[in-house]
Ligand binder design. Structure first.
Ligand SMILES: O=P(O)(O)O[C@H]1O[C@H](CO)[C@@H](O)[C@H]1O
Ligand SMILES: [Mn+2]
Ligand SMILES: [Mn+2]
Length: 406
């Protein structure tokens, strides 16, 4: 039977989806925009020249991107044999957020609407913040607006240290984010505050996808840096995912990085922490070496989104893609017969797009294994085709959504 290994490249979209207009994202294209900038010599910080992804190209990346947009990304013109199934998927879920994308790829699309904090300033209801303050004893809040999580540290980090007031902010996603200094405010205190916020939102039946703890260190605006102790407090997926199905029959479901948090630990049997794409990859290698038959190994490569997509850092995104690509052959070399590697994403985050939010895009769908024949699997109607293929491969009951391509 083998295992399923899902390399989740957070935010690696491959072109605007048919419904991008609803999101103001017509023309967004994470991969295409990065490739264009690289080819034009506009992504030269820490790397140089056209985007070079030879291993992903041999798995069909250039061709699937062409399928998605009608155009090959600049420089990705490999035309040799393809050793993987390759295509791209549309999203059924109503939002372009991380939990929706993840749950959908595991077979559970989010068909309801989240509650969003849409006001750019004074984003959170006053009585909600008052109640949270009363319950937790903090002396007030800073921020209370839409913001980029790194920019808001530059503007409010000093004041936070001086006053002890945590910084609360949101984005186009359904999120309540709290930034606080790990030492001056305290990490445990921040996590407790997030837990209290989660409980209060749930009590008030505010359908907010995640409360996110954003701890940081440093003493001055130019040295403030977020740490790896981020925590996401998500609501559980609204249905049974393929992860849960496998857990129920006694299989191993190994989360690497933030996966466990995103699924609210539902269906996860083991959670391995690692910070940074390279450490996440090494942890994945270790898991692949030791995981038993009938396991899911599921890393989330968050840097693409968090360090480069939201930060609108094209060179950084391109360099991270090139590093990721260069690591792939090491994983391929340790696969066992029956193993299936899936490469996909949860949404887009075009680093050339206005603002700092995600972009509504198709995601790549690549699947390979030592004994799997390649081929074009075309446009997939939902990310859930991945979950359904995993269910088929691991001999689990079929999921409610998705069509297997295996
Ligand atoms: O700007 P930062 O804090 O990285 O926040 C980003 O990360 C959050 C969770 O994915 C999103 O809401 C987005 O705004
Ligand atoms: Mn994401
Ligand atoms: Mn994001």
């Amino acid at each position: 039977m083998g295992r399923a290994i899902i390399l989740m490249m957070d935010s690696f979209g491959v072109g605007a989806a048919a419904d991008a207009e609803k999101f103001g994202d017509v023309g967004a294209n994470t991969l295409g925009s990065i490739a264009r900038a690289c080819a034009a010599g506009e992504a030269e910080k820490g790397r140089t020249g056209p985007l070079t992804l030879p291993n992903l190209e041999r798995k069909g990346l250039g061709l699937l991107a062409e399928g998605s947009t009608g155009q090959r990304p600049a420089g990705l013109d490999y035309s040799g044999p393809i050793s993987a199934r390759y295509g791209y998927a549309r999203e059924l879920s109503s939002g372009k957020d991380t939990p929706s994308g993840h749950w959908e790829m595991a077979g559970v699309p989010v068909l309801f609407e989240w509650d969003y904090f849409t006001a750019k300033e004074n984003s959170f209801p006053a009585d909600f913040l008052d109640e949270l303050q009363a319950r937790t004893g903090v002396s007030g809040f800073l921020g209370n607006c839409h913001a980029s999580g790194t920019e808001i540290l530059v503007t409010l980090g000093d004041e936070h240290i001086r006053t002890g007031k945590p910084i609360v902010y949101t984005s186009a996603d359904s999120v309540f984010q709290i930034a606080a200094h790990e030492e001056h405010f305290g990490l445990t205190r921040l996590l407790d505050l997030c837990q209290a916020a989660r409980e209060l939102l749930d009590e008030r039946q505010m359908n907010v996808g995640r409360v996110i703890a954003r701890p940081f260190l440093g003493e001055t605006p130019d040295t403030f840096k977020r740490t790896g102790n981020r925590r996401d407090l998500a609501v559980p997926p609204p249905g049974k995912t393929v992860l849960k199905q496998l857990q129920e029959v006694g299989g191993e479901v190994i989360s690497i990085g933030k996966i466990a948090d995103i699924y609210a630990h539902d269906g996860i049997t083991q959670a391995i922490k690692a910070t940074g794409n390279e450490a996440l990859f090494e942890a994945t290698m270790e898991a692949v070496k030791s995981a038993p038959d009938r396991s899911i190994i599921f890393p989330n490569f968050v840097d693409f989104d968090s360090y480069y997509g939201h930060r609108r850092d094209v060179s950084g995104y391109a360099a991270a893609l090139e590093v990721f690509d260069a690591m792939l052959p090491r994983l391929e070399a340790i696969l066992q017969p029956g193993d299936r590697v899936f490469i996909t994403a949860d949404h887009g985050c075009d680093p050339t797009w206005p603002g700092t939010d995600h972009t509504r895009e198709h995601v790549p769908v690549i699947c390979f294994g030592p004994d799997l024949e390649g081929g074009n699997i075309g446009e997939r109607g939902t990310f859930a085709d991945i979950g359904q293929s995993i269910a088929a491969h691991l001999d689990l009951p079929p999921l409610s959504y998705g069509k297997s391509f295996l």
